[in-house]
Design a protein around this ligand. Structure first.
Ligand code: SAH
Length: 355
C-alpha cells in the first residue's frame, strides 16, 4: 500500500492524490487517525469557528412515491403507518425552534405528491413571515419549476444527497421514478442556478460501495462547491430489500469511525462548507456519535423537533434516536455545547466563503 502521508496544513491535504486519500480511508492505526482528527478540528476552527449552527428538523410527511432500496419510507414498505403534518403543526415546531436558538428549519419528507407547489410555497411563506428562520427543503427529486416556485416563496436552501457517485450502485439502489427525469446531479445544478444554497452528500457503508468511490464522492463535494455536506452511515432497515444483507469481507464498514474519516476529509477538502454531525451517526453511537462528529470536522447539529407521535413513524432506518441526546431548548443546547467547548451559533449560519 502507498506510504501514509501526513500533510502539515489543509493545502497539503487538498493536494493528496486519490491513492493517498484512499489510504486514509483504510487507515486503522489510532495514532495516525488522531492526526487526521486533529487536522480536521484545527481546520474547522480556523475556517468556520467554534459556533455550532443548529438546524431544527421537522419530518413533515412520511408518504413517498419512490422505491429506494435503502429507505424505510419506500412505497414498498406497506407495514408503515404513514402521516402528513398539518401546516399548523409545522408552524408550532418552527416557533419552538426559534425559541431554542435554531437559525434555520429543515422541512424534510418523503417524495410526497401532496407536498405540491402551492402547499409548500404557502408553508414557506408562513414560516418566513412568522419567524426569521432560514428555510431548508429536503423533499426529494422535484421538477425544476417547483424548485423555482419554492425559491420564489422564500426557501433558502435545498438538501439532496447524491447518495453515491458509483453510477451502477446508485442505479441499483435508486430506481428512477419516471423515464427521462433529471438525475440528482443534474438537479443539484438546477438548484444552484435557482439561487439555493445547495447541500448534498452520501451514505457510508452501502452494500457494494468501494473505497475508490468514496474518494470520488469527496472529490465531487469539492467540485460541486457544496454549501452543506450531509454524511451518515448506512443503517439497514429490515423492511427493505437491503435489510438482511450480510456484509462481505472487504466491504466499506458503515461504522462511526469510517463516517468520521469522511467528516474529517470533507472538512479538509472543503474547509468552508457546513457539515452536520448527523442523526444517523448519533443512532450508531447514541452516547457519543454526535459529539465525535463535532470534534472531527462537523460544525452543525440538526436537533429533531418532529412531535414524538410522528417521529416514531418516520422510520427511514431503525433505531433513529432523534435528538434524545440533543436538548431541544436554548438553555439545554447552550449547556450541551458549552460542555464540549463550543457555542450555539447565531443567525442563519449560511455558508461562509471567507474566514
Ligand atoms: N426524500 C428525501 C429525504 C430523504 S431522507 C430525499 O430522498 O432526498 C434523507 C437521507 O436519509 C437520504 O438522502 C439518505 O441519504 C438517508 N437515508 C435513507 N435511508 C437510509 C438508511 N437506511 N440508513 C442511513 N441513511 C439513510
Amino acid at each position: 500500500m502507498t506510504e501514509q502521508v501526513v500533510p502539515v496544513d489543509e493545502r497539503g491535504w487538498q493536494e493528496l492524490d486519490d491513492a493517498q486519500l484512499e489510504r486514509w480511508l483504510r487507515e486503522t492505526d489510532p495514532r495516525l487517525l488522531q492526526k487526521l482528527w486533529e487536522a480536521a478540528d484545527r481546520t474547522r476552527r480556523a475556517y468556520v469557528g467554534d459556533e455550532v449552527h443548529c438546524r431544527g428538523l421537522v419530518e413533515l410527511s412520511s408518504h413517498c412515491r419512490r422505491g429506494c432500496l435503502y429507505c424505510g419510507l419506500a412505497v414498498s414498505n406497506r407495514g408503515l403507518e404513514r402521516y402528513r403534518m398539518s401546516d399548523e403543526d409545522v408552524l408550532a415546531c418552527a416557533e419552538r425552534m426559534r425559541r431554542a436558538g435554531c437559525g434555520s428549519i429543515v422541512l424534510q419528507g418523503g417524495e410526497d405528491p401532496c407536498l405540491d407547489t402551492d402547499r409548500v410555497s404557502t408553508l414557506v411563506r408562513r414560516i418566513k413571515t412568522t419567524t426569521e428562520l432560514a428555510v431548508t427543503l429536503s423533499l426529494g427529486e422535484r421538477e425544476p419549476e417547483e424548485l423555482w416556485s419554492w425559491r420564489q416563496a422564500g426557501a433558502d436552501r435545498y438538501l439532496l444527497r447524491f447518495e453515491t457517485s458509483e453510477a451502477d450502485l446508485y442505479a441499483m439502489l435508486h430506481p428512477p421514478f419516471a423515464p427521462g427525469a433529471l438525475s440528482r446531479l443534474a438537479l443539484l445544478e438546477v438548484l444552484r442556478r435557482t439561487g439555493y444554497e445547495v447541500g448534498s452528500g452520501v451514505m457510508v457503508g452501502l452494500p457494494g460501495q468501494s473505497y475508490r468511490s468514496l474518494v470520488r464522492d469527496l472529490r465531487l463535494f469539492r467540485e460541486l462547491d457544496l454549501d452543506m455536506i450531509g454524511l451518515g452511515p448506512f443503517i439497514p432497515h429490515p423492511a427493505t430489500p437491503l435489510g438482511g444483507l450480510i456484509p462481505r469481507a472487504g466491504d466499506v464498514p458503515g461504522d462511526a469511525t469510517m463516517t468520521c474519516k469522511l467528516y474529517a476529509l470533507a472538512r479538509l477538502l472543503c474547509p468552508f462548507s457546513n457539515l452536520p454531525s448527523t442523526t444517523a451517526l448519533g443512532t450508531l453511537d447514541p452516547a457519543e456519535g454526535r459529539e465525535l462528529g463535532l470534534r472531527r470536522g462537523a460544525n452543525v447539529l440538526m436537533p429533531n423537533f418532529t412531535p414524538p407521535a410522528f417521529r416514531e413513524r418516520y422510520r427511514i432506518y431503525p433505531g433513529k434516536t432523534d435528538g434524545s441526546t440533543i436538548p431541544l431548548t436554548r438553555e439545554g443546547l447552550e449547556t450541551w455545547l458549552g460542555e464540549r467547548g463550543r457555542k450555539l451559533g447565531t443567525g442563519p449560519g449560511s455558508r461562509r466563503r471567507r474566514g
